[in-house]
Design a protein. Structure first.
Length: 421
């Protein structure tokens, strides 16, 4: 019964790609509709209307402006790179150039230079300076890479220039820097520590960081940080078995949810900001952020997972559980796949921005799996030692960064091959 209730409560809200409602039209401008883009597949865009009904529209039936907008979204852009014949032309019907629009309103994805003819493999490598990396995050435009360390240090790199921009040392109020997240507009960087504290910096495109606020409330290490689509609120999960909802600018705690039996490892905010999901591996719980109460929960049954992630489109929750990666469909509560790796424990998982691929981290390797088929598509060999415990996809899904949890190991960035699911 609980699974069925979770389906009716979540599938219409959490199962939406993180985009804002906007007006869509056909090439003539005659047909118009207000809706959010849920998914792009099979030559169609799936649009959710304000009444929660989802309609399918052929990409060929969209205006050039709408196609450019879709191509500029990190979760949809990879589809158009695989299907270039569906991309918008370079001009609108009035022959006025249109620039792609990203999550922050006008964001162009950064380029990472590689040699001519290069298709996949390592493209950048950053030193460790003895202590191990414990967290990583790309900036929304993919230009910067933030990395947290075991020795209370935060480093910020320019990926294309292969350059260290800034190092913040002795962040003793954080302890180990366990989780990092940029706001969708790219203007702030959040870091959660083993102490339970979360620090917030203003971040410039030049890599300058200015401490502006902090979140105080958790009493255990931070496992998860999720930022709202409008960059105004944050959701954090902690080893103290709580999920907390914060006002980003002021640092004010809006809600604290303490219904979990174990440390909270994953968090998710719906695009409209009205609901949230959190998981400790044992259960996935849905919360009403307006009333500050839990609504329903779905049993997952893993009391000691290494890691838990919720897909960006809100459709799946993924657990790394010993030698396996387990995937559940949030809409119906059914376990949708089990991906096994007999050779190595899977310490961490990451999900691509378009929610099509899962990265699972083993001993000196990262496996890339298809969400659709459950098959392993690619293996990234770090040629290093120790279990990989930090991983992230770039916003455009073209690159992946990973680092071993062992001291002295370097942080690597890889260009992924074209993945077909």
């Amino acid at each position: 019964m609980k699974k069925a209730l979770l389906y009716s409560a979540v599938i219409l809200l959490a199962g939406v790609a993180p985009a804002v409602a906007r007006e869509w039209s056909d090439p003539t401008g005659t047909f118009k509709i207000e809706a959010e883009a849920v998914r792009v597949a099979a030559g169609k865009v799936f649009l959710q209307k304000p009444d929660n009904k989802v309609i399918e529209v052929e990409l060929a039936g969209l205006s050039p402006q709408d196609l450019f907008w879709l191509q500029g979204q990190p979760q949809f852009g990879p589809y158009f790179r695989v299907h270039p014949e569906l991309q918008a032309k370079s001009t609108t019907r009035a022959n006025t150039p249109v620039a792609p629009v990203g999550p922050a309103g006008s964001m162009t994805m950064a380029k990472i230079s590689v040699p001519a003819g290069f298709t996949s493999g390592e493209v950048r490598r950053f030193p460790s300076l003895l202590w191990a990396y414990t967290s990583v995050a790309f900036s929304p435009n993919g230009a910067l890479l933030a990395a947290g360390k075991m020795d209370s240090r935060l480093m910020l790199f320019d990926i294309d220039k292969n350059k260290l921009l800034i190092t913040l040392e002795k962040l003793d109020q954080l302890g180990q820097v366990k989780r990092l997240a940029f706001t969708p507009d790219g203007k702030k960087l959040l870091a959660g520590g083993s102490s339970g504290r979360i620090l917030v910096w203003e971040a410039s495109s030049r890599g300058e960081l200015k401490l502006v606020s902090q979140f105080v409330g958790h009493s255990g290490k931070i496992n998860s940080i999720t930022i709202s689509a409008d960059s105004k609120y944050a959701l954090s999960g902690s080893e103290d078995k709580s999920l907390r909802y914060w006002e980003l600018d002021s640092g004010r705690e809006v809600h604290a949810f303490e219904e979990f039996r174990a440390g909270v490892k994953a968090s998710f905010l719906t695009p409209n900001g009205r609901q949230a999901l959190g998981s400790d591996g044992d259960a996935l719980i849905l919360f009403d952020l307006q009333r500050g109460v839990s609504i329903q929960q779905m049993k997952l049954g893993s009391s000691t997972p290494q890691d838990v992630e919720i897909s960006p489109n809100g459709q799946h929750v993924v657990l790394s559980d010993s030698y396996t990666v387990r995937m559940f469909n949030i809409g119906n509560g059914v376990e949708a796949g089990v991906m096994e790796n007999e050779q190595t424990i899977q310490w961490a998982v990451g999900i691509s921005p378009d929610s099509r691929f899962i990265a699972s981290c083993g001993n000196a390797m990262v496996s890339i799996w298809s969400v659709k088929t459950g098959k392993r598509l690619h293996v990234v060999d770090l040629s290093t030692t120790g279990y990989v415990k930090s991983v992230a996809f770039s916003p455009d899904g073209l690159h992946l960064t990973a680092a071993s949890g062992n001291a002295g190991q370097e942080l690597q960035v890889f260009r992924l091959p074209e993945l077909i699911d």
